[in-house]
Design a protein around this ligand. Structure first.
Ligand code: NAD
Ligand code: LMR
Length: 332
């Protein structure tokens, strides 16, 4: 029997990530090749013509799984009945703007959209925040949508996770599919800590630690980390635009694994509400290693954290604590 369609909201759908993401969702990349979807696309009035153009292209592409498209500039209409919300819309940093100005704009957007989601989304709606500052936007959304479970509000650090897998794959000249269990700790920013201490590679003679195969701690503890931390900036420098196809693909990975589960023995990185695990302050949206089963994520427990890693986990937590204070100061 055919499955009921799932309603997926994409905010900022007329933007670059939106343009890459909506066809992936309509093709089944996010929820599976047997899962019909209805796309809800939200953008702001200045982008409404472009948004309508995206809708026209979705119709023209005749995606078999796509059972409907709602394209609107009305947040209530966009949020009504959605099962999954991918929050890509936001205010970009413009020349001459201070960090606080960008934060202030985005915090107001996420506060307003939190209310629309809380009142109008389907029960148990899963939320993924992509727009920067992703962790703090997600935290604001959580605070202003108190009836949505904290387990259902997450932010995207899967792109950073995938970037780390990609760097190891290139360095070792192995398929990226054979590398697993890197971790992104903390903020989706240049203070994030890409950690390979538990990562492995599948080889013909079994699974081997990444550290053993790379056999170059100097590279792993310095250049590898900064390359992943700075990759977003490197893409902007090269494209004059921020990452879009990799962000869209990683957003699909995040939701797919959350809904359908992570493979046995594999974890992924997700920005989730901290419960104090690994002595990360509770009450931040912080990226942890997680496994997913039955539509729920669990933080992987019991990993050994050495002194080098401890400092890095703490410094990205400090940045998030400061961002949280800044966000609150913008609201008062
Ligand atoms: P973009 O500027 O091309 O698109 C953003 C869209 O959001 C625009 O169409 C804009 O009109 C819309 N928008 C603005 N305010 C809105 C609102 N209140 N409601 C709905 N829509 C609104 O930007 P992009 O390249 O698609 O990037 C989107 C965001 O994702 C940025 O904040 C970017 O920094 C972030 N990003 C995050 C990651 C990550 O890994 N977390 C990766 C790449 C980009
Ligand atoms: C990325 O990681 O590619 C983006 O978050 C960069 C940005 O600032 O949009």
């Amino acid at each position: 029997m055919a499955k009921e369609p799932v309603r997926v909201l994409v905010t900022g759908a007329a933007g670059q990530i939106g343009y890459a993401l909506v066809p992936m969702i309509a093709r089944g990349v996010m929820l599976g090749a047997d899962q019909p979807v209805i796309l809800h696309m939200l953008d702001i009035p200045p982008a409404s013509e472009a948004l309508n153009g995206v809708k026209m292209e979705l119709v023209d592409a005749a995606f078999p799984l796509l059972k409907g498209v709602v394209a609107t500039t009305d947040a209530v209409e966009a949020c009504t009945g959605v099962n999954i919300a991918v929050m890509v819309g936001g205010f970009p940093r413009k020349e001459g703007m201070e960090r606080k100005d960008v934060m202030s704009k985005n915090v107001s957007i996420y506060k307003a959209q939190a209310s629309a989601l809380e009142k109008h989304a389907a029960a148990n709606c899963k939320v993924l925040v992509v727009a920067n500052p992703a962790n703090t936007n997600a935290l604001i959304l959580k605070e202003f949508a108190p009836s949505i479970s904290e387990k259902n509000i997450t932010c995207l650090t899967r792109l950073d996770h995938n970037r780390a897998l990609g760097q190891i794959s290139e360095r070792l000249n192995v398929p990226v599919s054979e590398v697993k269990n890197v971790i992104i700790w903390g903020n989706h920013s240049s203070t994030q800590y890409p950690d390979v201490n538990h990562a492995t590679v599948k080889t013909p003679s079994g699974e081997k630690p990444v550290r053993q195969l790379v056999n170059d701690d100097a590279w792993l503890n310095a250049e590898f980390i900064t390359t992943v931390q700075q990759r977003g900036a490197a893409i902007i420098k090269a494209r004059k635009l921020s990452s879009a196809l990799s962000a869209a693909s990683s957003a699909c990975d995040h939701i797919r694994d959350w809904v359908l589960g992570t493979p046995e023995g594999t974890w992924v990185s997700m920005g989730v509400y901290s419960d104090g695990s690994y002595n990360v302050p509770a009450g931040l949206i912080y990226s942890f290693p997680v496994t997913c089963r039955n539509g729920e994520w669990q933080i992987v427990q019991g990993l050994q954290i050495d002194g080098f890693s401890r400092k890095k986990l703490d410094s990205t937590a400090e940045e998030l604590t400061e961002e949280k204070a800044l966000a609150y100061s913008c609201l008062s």
